[in-house]
Design a protein around this ligand. Structure first.
Ligand code: MGP
Ligand code: SAH
Length: 274
């Protein structure tokens, strides 16, 4: 019973102080919030706003997508609108149940396979995609092809913008929002670089949702050592030197919310890497 897990707030007076700013954005998170969408604490501060999730889902349109950190379902619901099949993983049974409940409200729960799993173990034990496996009859789990992996891991909580005191930038007098840079070492459950490498074991087409203050050098460096299933042999190889990453700024009104970094065939002009 998901209703035993968390309350459905209908009025600000019911909401704890530290969640107030998120409750104020509830209709941006889920346009059908009033129909009974449920979020727990981590869900409130990490759900992808619906308009952004829809935008990412449009770019990730494909056969099978793996949402490696599905949370309360913000992205998984959007992917169910553009992808034939969504595999949604989360390590929290409660959040997985909330994601399924929210997907039911949107009428897309039957298009999503909810799996209680640790992505790190899942990626280490799932056979990488290869041209031969992509011909295999679906849905044999040992040979299924994952076309795209979406990563929206924990960023260390709402304090991801503060960084450590030693790296804080000096205060300035202009209006530009300034924060210390977020390094990929701040990603959980493993270093963001390792997470990316795990995703690239499965496919080269990776979308990585990261803080707006992410150090772009860290993102660019992901391609330096990365490997991925080869388009020709099914074996691993170093990336082609030409591969580019595309960083999309996710704005809502005049507010930059996050960055989505696209890799492989998700980058415009890199269709040959798909
Ligand atoms: P935010 O900066 O915490 O919220 O997160 P907001 O409302 O912009 O607050 P302000 O004080 O900066 O004005 C911005 C967006 O980042 C959220 O809408 C989430 O989509 C996403 N997000 C935030 N966190 C803490 C996480 C996280 O840990 N993991 C993931 N995947 N997304 C997060
Ligand atoms: N994109 C989601 C929010 C993801 S928040 C949305 O829009 O709702 C990050 C999620 O990662 C949390 O729900 C957390 O439980 C989950 N998580 C943390 N470690 C994990 C792991 N090792 N494997 C899978 N999920 C994990």
């Amino acid at each position: 019973d998901v209703h035993a897990l968390v309350p459905h707030y209908t009025d600000a007076s019911q909401v704890p102080e530290h969640l107030q700013k998120y409750f104020a954005q509830r209709m941006r998170f889920f346009s059908r919030y009033a129909d009974g969408c449920l979020l727990d604490e981590e869900g409130w501060y990490s759900v992808t706003p619906e308009a952004i999730a829809d935008r990412i889902a449009e770019r990730c349109r494909c056969g099978t997508i793996l949402d490696a950190f599905c949370g309360v379902g913000g992205n998984a619901i959007a992917f169910a609108k553009t992808c034939e099949r969504v595999i949604a993983l989360d390590i929290s049974p409660a959040r997985l149940a909330l994601a399924r409940h929210n997907a039911e409200i949107y009428g897309v729960a039957d298009r999503i396979e909810f799996i209680l799993a640790d992505f790190v173990s899942f990626a280490r034990t799932t056979r990488p995609s290869s041209p031969s496996s992509s011909q295999a009859p679906f849905p044999d789990p040992s040979t299924r092809t994952i076309d795209v992996v979406f990563l929206s891991p924990p960023w260390g909580g709402p304090s991801y913008l503060s960084g450590s005191v030693s790296t804080a930038l000096p205060a300035t007098e202009d209006d530009i929002e300034r924060h210390p840079e977020f390094g990929l070492d701040g990603v959980a459950p493993v270093h963001g670089r390792e997470l990316f490498a795990l995703a690239r074991r499965l496919t080269r087409n990776v979308a990585y949702y990261l803080p707006r203050n992410t150090r772009l050098g860290d993102v660019a460096a992901l391609l330096d050592e990365s490997v991925g299933p080869s388009a020709t042999s099914g074996t691993k190889r170093k990336r082609s030197p030409q591969e580019r990453v595309e960083v999309e700024e996710e704005w809502m009104g005049n507010k930059l919310k996050a960055l989505t970094c696209y890799f492989g065939g998700l980058v415009e002009g890199q269709d040959d890497l798909w």
